[in-house]
Design a protein around this ligand. Sequence first.
Ligand code: CTP
Ligand code: MN
Ligand code: MN
Ligand code: MN
Length: 379
Amino acid sequence: QGNEAEVAAFSVPSYACQRRTTLENHNTVLTDALSLLAENAELSEEDGRGVAFRRAAAVLKALPKPVASMTQLRGLPCLGEHSLRVIKDILENGASSEVESTKQSERYKALKVLTGIFGVGARTADRWIRDGIHNLRQLQDSGPTLNRAQQAGLEHYDDLNQPVSKSDADAIGEVVEKAVVSVLPGAHMTLIGGFRRGKLTGHDVDFLITHPEEGREVGLMPKLVSWLESQGFLLYQKTTRNSYLESKDGPARPASNMDRFERCFSIFKLTKEEKRGTKHPETLTENGTKPAGHKPWRAVRVDLVVSPISQFAFALLGWTGSKLFERELRRWAGHEKSMSLSSHALYDNRQSKYLRATSEEEIFAHLGLEFVPPSERNA
Ligand code: CTP
Ligand code: MN
Ligand code: MN
Ligand code: MN
């Protein structure tokens, strides 16, 4: 008797950036369900609903133990009516009917398969589905025009939908590091994204590159890409140059949270030799004689970003993620501090000035937040 009343209610602060969210999640059944609804909303271009489900999932990720009853959730932030209904369904029936029917819907399955192609977003997938294309076979048969990214994405579909391990990320890191120091001695490379947060697998590998002398990083990306290309490491790449300095609206107007660093979205060719950490034999490229069903390499998505040293701390913070943690940092800055945070800078609207920082710790301090290390940003 009185079991429910004995279960203490949880308490967490409102913003994900005020919380410490490790990879240890005591509520994976609930958070997987809410994440699936978030994903479905995002794939349907309902971003508001997507964020609401992401925030709800993030609150549950921060709880110190499994949720046993609805009463424990009283007073928790970010749990809307819809999310609470899903949670209740799972606690009472073991599953959410909405999640199960979404998962099984033809539309969701088609959106998943099609957006699983690198270079295909929700809008393209939706257009194809309306044209009757629901899977890769139908895509190949009906042959809509694919851009270069999508062609590469389709070609390496299976590899790119396999999780990337930390050891694969490290092997790629060694190659990129070597490339970086050979094209610009003294330059530094840092692993960012999910692997910096301690994740054991990822959908890609992200690197941030800078040079301790301001300005020396200019022009680095094309050289880096040429080096990697000449060694046969790139199956695809698209480089976007830095548009920060030349943009009309000046620095740090994060109306768009898209940053403007020089960056490269690539598909990296990781060979067995690189995995073992030995030298890359020039002869390993498959010249016509591909062994059927087996190849001595795999394709991996790799993102490269170059930042000037003056913006490095902001770039590091902005590219470490998680995506929700970043979004919450910006929301905190704007709503609670009247500041604008981007991956380039922090602007204080009250003082009408930029706040300098050379470390992530300083940025958290400017924002009036306790420092949260990368491993606790897994919101
Ligand atoms: N990011 C960004 N602009 C982009 C893409 C990503 O600022 N166009 C940032 C994201 O906000 C995130 C980080 O880069 O903080 C890493 O993004 P991503 O690789 O997509 O996610 P991960 O957290 O690394 O997750 P995964 O392990 O699945 O790669
Ligand atoms: Mn715990
Ligand atoms: Mn990543
Ligand atoms: Mn990435």
